[in-house]
Design a protein around this ligand. Structure first.
Ligand code: HEM
Ligand code: HEM
Length: 125
């Protein structure tokens, strides 16, 4: 798996969604999706782009199970976090109903970042 390319592709898809939501908010004057927009753009696009550039800068990091685990954990976790957040903001789901899916998805993102941090420690040189 080309982890750097996959993270950049993932980030680009998220950026398109984030910008569309931003344009909707700007056009409608309804800023109710601001938190969703912020996390799609920052947690999903910006972090994915930073991850992609890091894996490209330190190729040793891109080999092995830590990088692959990080990619899948971030993909699944970030999509779930943002889907739940979006459903809450459009009043389809209450905050209480987000348990236990929300903490699980946050944990997936965190585990991915732990794999990334450990990989930086071991292989970023
Ligand atoms: C054409 C592209 C974009 C449009 C039309 C747009 C539009 C908006 C709008 C209308 C808001 C709500 C402002 C408010 O309620 O005060 C907002 C908030 C925000 N946007 Fe964007 N945005 C765009 C791109 C981006 C990008 C690329 C990023 C980050 C990479 C970003 C990050 C944020 C953040 C973090 C907030 C929340 C700010 C806060 O909580 O004060 N936006 N955006
Ligand atoms: C799983 C990871 C994350 C979770 C669960 C999370 C959760 C939250 C929560 C609960 C809020 C408060 C929302 C509110 O005021 O109603 C928030 C706000 C915010 N977070 Fe996160 N966050 C995460 C990751 C990140 C990351 C990685 C970034 C930036 C790189 C970020 C940037 C922001 C910003 C800019 C705001 C203010 C948004 C606004 O007020 O419109 N978050 N986050």
């Amino acid at each position: 798996m080309n982890v750097a390319r996959n993270f950049m592709l993932l980030g680009s898809v998220f950026l398109i969604i984030g910008i569309v939501i931003g344009m909707y908010m700007g056009g409608s004057g309804d800023h109710g999706l601001s938190v969703s927009h912020a996390h799609i753009n920052l947690l999903c696009f910006t972090l994915s782009a930073v991850f992609a550039l890091t894996y490209k800068t330190f190729p040793a990091m891109a080999e092995g199970v830590l990088a692959r685990a990080h990619f899948w954990l971030h993909l699944v976790g970030a999509v779930m976090v943002n889907l739940l957040l979006f459903l809450m903001l459009v009043n389809v789901m209450t905050e209480a109903a987000m348990v236990p899916l929300a903490p699980i998805s946050e944990l997936l993102v965190l585990l991915g970042v732990l794999a990334f941090g450990w990989n930086v420690w071991k292989n970023a040189q």
